[in-house]
Design a protein around this ligand. Sequence first.
Ligand SMILES: [Cu+2]
Length: 334
Amino acid sequence: MRRNPGAVLLLALLPAGCGRTNLSAANPAGPQAERIETLMWTMTALGTAVFVAVVAMLLYATWRGRRRVLPSVSTEDERQMTRWVVGAVGVSALILIGVLVANLGTGRAMASFAERDALTIKVVAKQWWWQVEYLDPRPYRRVLTANEIHIPVGRRIRLVLESHDVIHSFWAPNLLGKVDMIPGYRRVTYFEADREGMFEGRCAEFCGHQHARMQFRVFAQPEAEFEAWYEGQLRPAEHPRDPVVALGQQIFLQKGCVLCHQVRGTLAGSRFGPDLTHIASRTTLAAGTIPNTRGHLGGWIVDPQKIKPMSHMPPNAVTGDELQALLAYMESLR
Ligand SMILES: [Cu+2]
């Protein structure tokens, strides 16, 4: 892996929480992110050089000013000063134009990543989670999931971004820059991962109460692994054979969960909340808020408002036995 010494220095200076490498623009995992990283370091280097030069000249001026008591300013002195000012303005303008050109160049490069037969993934931002749909041209090959995006390494991804309510921003710094998701607009962007890994993402535009708990994950996998995952996601939920699981399914269908959730293969068909057909295959719950373990899931079902206040899932009055059955059912949804 290529390591930029500047990046290492910067990361060392940042507080520990900001130094996570799978949530960092200084650790690119694809060609688009690499272009952005190059621009970032170019601008940082230029900015640093300008800062150092200005401070050096300021110090020099202070030091020189103390040595000499100025008599009256001669015309020669005045001309000299004018030359310095004009020179400095010229250099500043050149640097700014240079930055502009670098910026436009990066923008053009990003636009040139468009590709016709890219894998299209539509992400709809909602307060406060991400609906993810793989838009295969054949409707029966479409996959609907939430908060976790799987992609094959080396394949161009066409990302279609929409918002359901307020302005959000899609940000997976290792892979691509921030893209605002504005209600009523459809944004399209392209990216690609050139190595395996799990990369984190965040909503990067304040979008209300639980903005901080609106996270997502991108799993870049080898093609075969991705295909296996995809085929798994395509399957409807299995018919429960275990009696506890079957009871859990009944409770799920009776308790109002069906008003908001879809489990393909059952009567639950609402898309208000995340699709739960393969909920057990996800690593986190509620947009990265809690890990997907039995204990956390139980806590979530009983009182989501305690874990994610104001989220759009109400608490559920269930007895201990009902909850155990519900959990068994959720865990069967692999
Ligand atoms: Cu948001």
